[in-house]
Design a protein around this ligand. Structure first.
Ligand SMILES: *Cc1c(COP(=O)(O)O)cnc(C)c1O
Length: 463
């Protein structure tokens, strides 16, 4: 064994010999000597492992140049690949949440292409900070006195707490100590902001008197957190925004709500599950409300703090704001997204998130039926391919129990084997534009809610 292995090791080409070949020199010119050498070393390392573990040469040993050129092609691809999101989760955090409206895409490419008046006033009147123009738009849309824009809602909550309550106590209901996926936990954020969390009430019931009894001279803020991704059912009680605002006034304490997603339009009017609106809480007198820009709002990743001028001005001046501020691309995308809200009747056609969320099940069914026959012809020898009804999710911290009726093309392996299904999913993940579905009940489901181009999908699935 060891002896025959040494024969194999001797067959591995020397890297300096390979580097002299014309074909390899072309790659060196394109991507540099460093990359090509590193890639050849890696191939040699892999070939050695293959010999030591399996006593044979790797399959690509016949043609090192071809293998090198394949690896070179993958180098040229972006790490952020476009995919078909057919998971049935519209705002999929791992797939980048909201897809931008065309107006935002155009606005971003414009500000990328030339210097812009980010913090420069053409009329000489200094407007202060980079959020100014978009803060004005946010005020118009929500009735807030002022606004602040940061990297995401986690940053918004951190900055808000650090400004309003550093070194002091923040009162929060025990039923609202939320954890959002990706390590956002209310108690941890409090600690990072230098605040002391004071939990009041019980898991299922918190009353206004619980907040009131906890107030002392150390108290700096009364806070509510929207329980975005879970719901407590049954014998429950929570303190509403207006009650909290009134209590704050009585004790001259600020109030804040981390709303998570929030929606700037009433979801019910679109036939969707209700989602609290920042406008409502601001009108009730809550001082500060924070939301994400890339959840139901449908914009770029950002966090928005809306509220009273006095507090927003303090937040804008806090040293952390400099670390958490957004760049011109995010501001441009956010401005274009928010402008769509000035004409709400256009939202469901122009904002992809709301267009997909409001898509009628019959329309999705028709789309599934349009591509069914071609998929059956191509995959029918190994899979039962059918159109079936299913339920989509909004995603990104919306209630998992709020489901939207939808339709999927499903693939069930004729041999009944999970491995056959896994192979199919893995084959689709390796496509030039990967197709991401969902495994459920021994089938692979392609929920077509977020599919805009049937033809493009067929082109990759039938290749
Ligand atoms: C989603 C969410 C967050 C985190 O927002 P990001 O924009 O993802 O940072 C914080 N709080 C609540 C209640 C949320 O729903």
């Amino acid at each position: 064994m060891a002896e025959s292995n040494s024969v194999l090791y001797r067959q591995l080409p020397a890297i300096d010999k390979l580097l002299q070949l014309d074909e390899v020199q072309i790659l060196v010119e394109q991507s540099g000597l460093h990359w090509v050498t590193a890639c050849l070393r890696e191939m040699q390392e892999q070939a050695r492992t293959c010999i030591s573990q399996f006593g044979k040469l790797p399959a690509w040993h016949d043609d090192w140049l071809k293998e090198l050129s394949v690896r070179h092609q993958t180098l040229g691809q972006s790490a952020l690949k476009s995919v078909f999101n057919l998971t049935g989760t519209v705002l999929h955090t791992n797939l980048g949440r909201a897809v931008m409206p065309t107006s935002a895409i155009n606005a971003v490419s414009q500000v990328m292409n030339s210097p812009v008046t980010l913090e420069y006033s053409l009329d000489g009147a200094m407007r202060g900070h980079r959020d100014r123009a978009i803060a004005d738009l946010l005020c118009e849309l929500t009735g807030a006195e002022d606004a602040c824009i940061v990297n995401n809602n986690a940053a918004a909550v951190l900055l808000l707490l650090a400004t309003v309550a550093n070194g002091q106590q923040v009162i929060v209901s025990r039923g609202e100590l939320v954890e959002i996926g990706g390590a956002f936990r209310v108690p941890d954020v409090m600690a990072q902001a230098g605040c002391q969390l004071v939990e009041v009430g019980t898991t299922n019931r918190t009353h206004l008197r619980d907040y009131e009894n906890a107030i002392n001279e150390q108290t700096a803020l009364l806070m509510k957190v929207h329980t975005s991704n879970y719901s407590i059912e049954g014998f429950t009680a929570e303190v509403e925004g207006d009650e909290l605002a009134e209590l704050g006034k009585k004790y001259q304490l600020p109030t804040a709500i981390d709303l998570g997603s929030g929606s700037m339009i009433d979801m019910i009017t679109l036939g969707l599950p209700a989602e609290p609106m920042p406008q409502t809480y601001l009108a009730q007198g809550v001082d500060l409300v924070s939301i994400s820009a890339d959840k139901l709002l449908g914009g770029p990743q950002a966090g928005i703090i809306l509220g009273k001028k006095k507090w927003i001005e303090a937040i804008q001046k806090h040293p952390l704001k400099r670390a958490l501020r957004v760049d011109k691309m995010v501001l441009a995308a956010l401005e274009a997204t928010l402008k769509l809200y000035l004409t709400p009747e256009k939202l469901v056609t122009e904002l992809p998130t709301l267009r997909w969320l409001t898509r009628e099940p019959e329309v999705i069914q028709r789309s599934a039926e349009n591509i069914l026959v071609a998929l059956q012809a191509f995959y029918g020898d190994k899979f039962i391919v059918e159109v079936e009804s299913c339920l989509s999710q909004i995603g990104s911290g919306s209630l998992p129990i709020d489901r939207l009726p939808s339709f999927a093309v499903t693939f069930a392996p004729l041999d009944g084997k999970g491995s056959t299904l896994e192979q199919l999913a893995s084959q689709w993940r390796r496509l030039p534009q990967p197709v991401i579905g969902r495994m459920k009940e021994g089938k692979l489901w392609l929920d077509l809610r977020c599919l805009d181009d049937e033809h493009a999908l067929l082109q990759v699935l039938l290749s």
